[in-house]
Design a protein around this ligand. Structure first.
Ligand code: SAM
Length: 277
C-alpha cells in the first residue's frame, strides 16, 4: 500500500478523517506558531483596509477569518477550497463570528478556478502548494487572478526538514520519512518556488525564512504527529506497533519536558508585473 496526502484527496476520505482534519486545521489556526508565521508575512504584504483578497485552498477558513476580523477592514476575503465539507465548516464558523459581510466561500479546484482575471488585489496560498497535484498550475491561476501590480503570497513548509527526536535514530528517521510521505504530495516544493513563481509570470519581491522548533514543550508539532501518525499505520507504510510506540514516546517526552521537533518554513511574496500586462 502507498500513502496518499489526505489534503490532496479530501473527497475520498471518510467522515471521521474529515472531522480529524477539520479539528487539526482549526486548532492549528489558534496555535502561536501558526499565528506568528502568518502575521509576519501578512505584515510585509501591506494589504489595504479595502483590499479584495483571495485565499486559494482555504480549508475551514482560518486565514480568511483572520484577515476579515482585522481592525478597520472594509474589503472582502474570498476563500476557495476543493472540499465541500471544509467550505461548509468555513461558512458556519465565519457566520458565527458575524463576518458574513466581509467573507465569501466557494468550492473550486485550485488548478482551474472559475474566477475573472485580475479580480483580486492579493492572493494568498497558505500551506497548500505542498498538497496540490500541480503547484505550477495553481501559481498560474494565482497570477491570472491577481491584478497587475498585485501581490501573491505563498507560504509552506520545507517538509523534508521535518524531524522529531526519537531515541532509536534509525526508527526516528523512518518515522520522519513516513510522516512526510503520508502528509505531503510535494514536500520539496518550496525549494523550487523562486523558479515556479517566475514560470508563472510573477516577480519575486521578498522571502521570509523560519526554523520552527518546539523544544521542551510542544503543540504545533504534537498536533501534526497526532493527526498524521495514525495514517502511517493505516496506509501500511510502517507497522502499527512502531508508530504507536513512536507516538507514545512523543507524549512521554512532552510530559517530561524533553520534546523536540523542528521544520523549516518559507514565505514567498511576488507581484504580477506591470510590464507583463
Ligand atoms: C493544509 S490545508 C490548509 C488550509 C488553509 N489554507 C489553512 O491554512 O488553514 C490544505 C488545503 O488545500 C486544499 N486543497 C488541496 N488541493 C486542492 C485543490 N486542487 N483545489 C482546492 N483546494 C485544494 C485542501 O482541501 C485543504 O483545505
Amino acid at each position: 500500500m502507498t500513502a496518499r496526502d489526505p489534503h490532496r484527496f479530501v473527497a475520498e476520505l471518510d467522515d471521521a478523517t474529515i472531522d480529524r482534519l477539520i479539528n487539526r486545521l482549526e486548532s492549528r489556526g489558534k496555535d502561536a506558531v501558526f499565528t506568528r508565521l502568518f502575521d509576519a508575512y501578512v505584515a510585509r504584504m501591506r494589504l489595504s483596509p479595502s483590499a479584495q483578497i483571495l485565499e486559494i485552498g482555504c480549508g475551514t477558513g482560518v486565514v480568511v477569518r483572520t484577515l476579515a476580523r482585522r481592525e478597520g477592514f472594509s474589503g472582502r476575503v474570498t476563500g476557495i477550497d476543493q472540499s465541500p465539507a471544509f467550505i461548509e465548516t468555513a461558512r458556519r464558523l465565519a457566520a458565527e463570528e458575524g463576518l458574513d459581510q466581509h467573507v465569501e466561500f466557494r468550492v473550486g479546484d485550485a488548478h482551474a478556478l472559475e474566477e475573472e482575471d485580475g479580480r483580486y488585489d492579493a492572493v494568498i496560498i497558505h500551506t497548500v502548494v505542498s498538497h496540490v497535484t500541480d503547484p505550477l498550475s495553481v501559481l498560474r491561476e494565482a497570477a491570472r487572478l491577481v491584478r497587475i501590480g498585485g501581490m501573491v503570497a505563498v507560504f509552506d513548509g520545507d517538509y523534508e526538514s521535518l524531524t522529531y527526536a526519537y531515541p532509536d535514530h534509525a526508527v526516528g528517521r523512518a518515522m520522519d520519512r513516513a510522516l512526510v510521505e503520508t502528509a505531503f504530495n510535494n514536500p520539496l516544493v518550496m525549494r523550487g518556488m523562486a523558479q515556479l513563481l517566475s514560470d508563472a509570470g510573477l516577480e519575486l519581491e521578498e522571502t521570509l525564512a523560519d526554523v520552527v522548533a518546539e523544544i521542551g514543550t510542544g503543540s504545533y508539532f504534537v498536533s501534526m504527529a497526532e493527526t498524521y501518525a495514525p495514517m502511517i499505520s493505516s496506509s501500511g507504510l510502517l507497522p502499527a506497533e512502531k508508530v504507536d510506540a513512536w507516538l507514545a514516546e512523543q507524549h512521554r517526552a512532552l510530559d517530561w519536558g524533553t520534546f523536540f521537533a523542528a521544520c523549516n518554513y518559507y514565505a514567498f511574496l511576488a507581484r504580477r508585473p506591470v510590464s507583463a500586462g
